[in-house]
Write a protein that binds this ligand. Sequence first.
Ligand SMILES: [Zn+2]
Length: 184
Amino acid sequence: MTTFNEVARLYSALSEEIKQKHPCLQGWKITWNTRLKNAMGRAVRASDGTKKIELSTKIIALNLNTPDFLSKIKDTIIHEWAHALDWEQYKGWGHGPTWRKCMLSFGFIPERCFDSNLWLTHPNKAEYVIRNRSTGRIWKYLDRYPDANALTKAHHWHRFMLMRPAHEDLELIHLESGKSRILE
Ligand SMILES: [Zn+2]
């Protein structure tokens, strides 16, 4: 399991490194957003001129158990800094060709979003999620506690759709609290 401190250390070290390589980014700050629920991070240009990269404390807390989470959060941090660099160098804002160029200059393959099937968010109305605990792969977000029918379907997905032995655990996670339990 990744700890919040490891994420915080990576966030500041990586951001410092990027700002040193690209002095045009000196005006950008890094911060934490405690309300952001539908994304791991974002780049913000506020109307008062503030420019910042934000990471969501909620979504990170929810994903600390996700396999290989530290490398996933690294992708997010780079993705958001590419938005900042895109703005400073090209006045670009989005996932267009200039943003892709910025991703490449960081040494990253530009993907618009990284696989949203492999880490958790908290979509509106969703209460629970069921996923494979070993791979982090998500079956489905649910707006209520799963009934017997949903559980049968989840197990079916787990055993047959993945073509994997069932020794990998299927887990049910309550999104608000982050509490999880293994589905036997
Ligand atoms: Zn983006």
